[in-house]
Ligand binder design. Structure first.
Ligand code: LER
Ligand code: MN
Length: 269
């Protein structure tokens, strides 16, 4: 049995602007993942009300794959729903969406919901935005607990948001809740932390999910990061979940998936 498992992020929506998710037709992607020896797939869902859960679950299973997590950034890009918005209306729409994401994650047996871009931006003022985010997470923490799901909060690099970029701020935030952990993304942390390798150890038992891309956000193995060092440290934290590839689809999907698998699979055993 491998100690860590491998997945990649697929966008369940058409006309997606986001450049680090796979956008090919679903069954082609599942076939390729199975072929390259992946254990699972992470679905980035722009609208949780549009998903046919039963069909998606059956289709994924028919390729021998699990669902590693549900990511949610596309909801922010498509509807601008933000968990920290100064507008009560937008914030409650975002909370309703996340409750639905939690239900979907439970039904799909993924049990993890990503809070990335949908945390929003500072907008009026960073302290107030953080307070509003904390309040939204408080509601969702309880809801997630009732459904056996965890939220994984992702510190993002400064070019994508100004609200919670650094690992220490994310650790401080998640420490307030029972069902909120950290999503450590090697690309964001490489840009924000002094030493990305040490940061994995510092994140330690807070890690609830792990995204991988190389220093240039290409597939692991196509940039400057030392993957032996990364996975060794991740194993030292005691983390046992998925390592999920979220990288640019360059030069093409097959190369991205095969290079990632070739780099990571031998290290995950
Ligand atoms: C998503 O997981 C991510 O890494 C961001 O760049 C956008 O949400
Ligand atoms: Mn990520």
């Amino acid at each position: 049995m491998p100690r860590l498992k491998l997945s990649a992020v697929h966008a369940l929506a058409k006309g997606v602007e986001f450049y680090v998710v796979i956008k090919a037709p679903l069954e082609d992607v599942l076939r390729k993942l199975q072929g390259y020896g992946y254990d699972g797939v992470e679905y980035n869902i722009s609208n949780p009300n549009e998903v046919d859960v039963g069909e998606l679950k059956a289709k994924t299973k028919s390729y021998g794959l699990e669902i590693s997590a549900i990511s949610t950034g596309l909801s922010y890009l498509r509807y601008k729903y933000s968990l920290s918005s100064p507008s009560t209306d937008i914030r409650s729409k975002a909370i309703e969406f996340f409750k639905k994401y939690i239900e979907v994650a439970e039904k799909l047996e993924a049990y993890k919901v990503v809070v990335g871009l949908a945390r929003g931006k500072c907008e009026d003022n960073c302290n107030s935005a953080l307070k509003r985010l904390e309040e939204s997470l408080k509601i969702l923490d309880r809801y997630a607990g009732e459904h056996g799901v965890i939220l994984v909060f992702e510190p993002l690099n400064r070019y994508e948001t100004d609200l919670v970029n650094r690992l220490d701020d994310a650790i401080e935030l998640v420490s307030r809740y029972e069902n909120v952990k950290i999503l450590f993304d090697t690309f964001h942390m490489m840009l924000e932390e002094k030493d990305v390798y040490e940061a994995i150890l510092r994140a330690g038992s807070n890690i609830g999910h792990f995204h991988v891309a190389d220093s240039n956000r290409l597939a692991p193995g196509m940039g400057m990061l030392d993957w032996e060092k990364i996975i060794y440290r991740l194993l030292r934290t005691g983390y046992k979940g998925y390592v999920s590839v979220e990288s640019r689809i360059e030069p093409d999907l097959d190369t991205m998936l095969s290079v990632s698998a070739k780099t990571l699979k031998p290290l995950l055993m």
